[in-house]
Design a protein around this ligand. Structure first.
Ligand code: SAH
Length: 351
């Protein structure tokens, strides 16, 4: 096991069988070894800085029907909303004054948010706050659409691949959604020039170490700028309501592995991780993550953007979220910095 961990750190990659072995034979000792090395390489690149992104959940209206997701179109119990451009702009103003220098606009695939509407919002943010980065997370769109939003000033795009195994993808999504199209979208985003984030849920239904090995191989090859991984958490109004949730333990183990595969990657300790354990985000940072994404959405809609049950921070003001996270990160020896938090390119080019 130790030699495999050393090999991973040195080569930034392993074979599919080796990844599978690393997962199947994991022990507390292996997890500690991986975390220690992950924290060390991250420190060499980013010191003790933790980057922060203000997450604005712009709409829970979605044309898709992802089986795991609480805002899937078939969920008739979901109380739908969309923010107006003015409300989004107000969230950004508040976020800027709280020290955020990256804003993530995330939402379901809501037809209201046409290219024109998104481009208008992006242009306004970039004009008012040229020192900020804008990240979009709006699902699958055409090459032209991604290009227009990039030309309007968007810097980054988050599109989790969800699973790198085509058959597994088919079990998590309805037949009308396509694995190939999602992968094509990621390639297009990269080609256009975005900093691109992929990612997956840990412990999603039907996932085994074989599927996870494919996810790790995909990350090794794609070398994303960002990678969002968090535990699957069942939502009561989905067909996966009775499925088991992912674990903190495996999520943290994979965070450490991903840090070693691609040292400069921007890796969030996700809200889902914070939801299944009171110190989930701290544990994620200690395993090698270096980003937190507190919620900047208006309090009135937070509860409605419920991708999974019991999501945290749905009742708190943005300022409370910000200072709470500041304190949490300080308590474990890290510091949230006021910075766009771009990937360290020099480091990326050297690996
Ligand atoms: N519509 C956008 C944004 C999706 S929401 C898109 O398609 O990219 C962001 C992420 O939340 C998803 O990519 C998914 O990985 C995660 N998610 C959805 N349902 C979840 C659940 N039940 N448990 C944990 N994570 C979930």
């Amino acid at each position: 096991m130790l030699s495999l961990i050393e090999k991973l750190e040195k080569n930034h990659g392993l074979s599919l069988d080796e990844y599978k072995y690393l997962i199947d034979n994991r022990t507390d000792a292996a997890a500690e070894e991986l975390a220690a090395r992950a924290v060390k390489v991250r420190r060499e690149i980013y010191g003790n800085a933790v980057f922060t992104r203000g997450l604005i959940e712009i709409s829970n209206i979605c044309k898709n029907d992802c089986v795991y997701c609480g805002i899937r179109r078939s969920n008739t119990n979901c109380d739908r909303y969309r923010l107006t451009p003015q409300e989004i702009s107000d969230c950004v103003d508040e976020g800027y004054s709280l020290g955020f220098r990256t804003f993530v606009l995330q939402g379901g695939e809501d037809g209201y948010f046409s290219d024109d509407v998104i481009c208008g919002i992006v242009r306004e943010i970039k004009k008012k706050y040229p020192d900020c980065a804008v990240t979009l997370s709006l699902g699958e769109r055409s090459y032209e659409s991604y290009k227009r939003m990039y030309d309007a000033g968007a810097d980054r795009y988050l599109l989790r691949h969800e699973t790198a195994d085509k058959a597994h993808y088919g079990k998590l999504h309805p037949a009308e959604m396509s694995f190939d199209n999602r992968m094509e979208c990621l390639k297009n985003l990269r080609e256009i020039g975005y900093q691109v984030g992929c990612g997956f849920m840990v412990g999603s239904p039907y996932q085994t170490s074989a599927e996870l090995a494919h996810d790790l191989k995909f990350i090794e090859e794609f070398k994303p700028d960002m990678c969002g991984i968090g535990p699957f958490v069942p939502h009561k109004d989905t067909p996966f309501a009775a499925e088991a949730q992912g674990t903190v333990e495996l999520t943290c183990y994979l965070l450490s592995i991903i840090r070693l595969i691609h040292p400069p990657v921007l890796l969030p300790a996700t809200t889902a991780l914070g939801t299944i354990h009171p110190l989930g985000r701290e544990l994620g940072i200690k395993a090698g993550a270096n980003v937190v994404m507190p919620n900047l959405s208006p309090v009135a809609v937070r509860k409605k953007y419920e991708l999974y049950d019991n999501k945290i921070c749905t009742g708190e003001e943005s300022a409370q979220c910000r200072s709470c996270l500041d304190n949490r990160m300080k308590s474990i020896g890290y510091e949230i910095v006021i910075d766009r938090g771009d990937i360290k390119k020099e480091a990326r080019d050297n690996v």
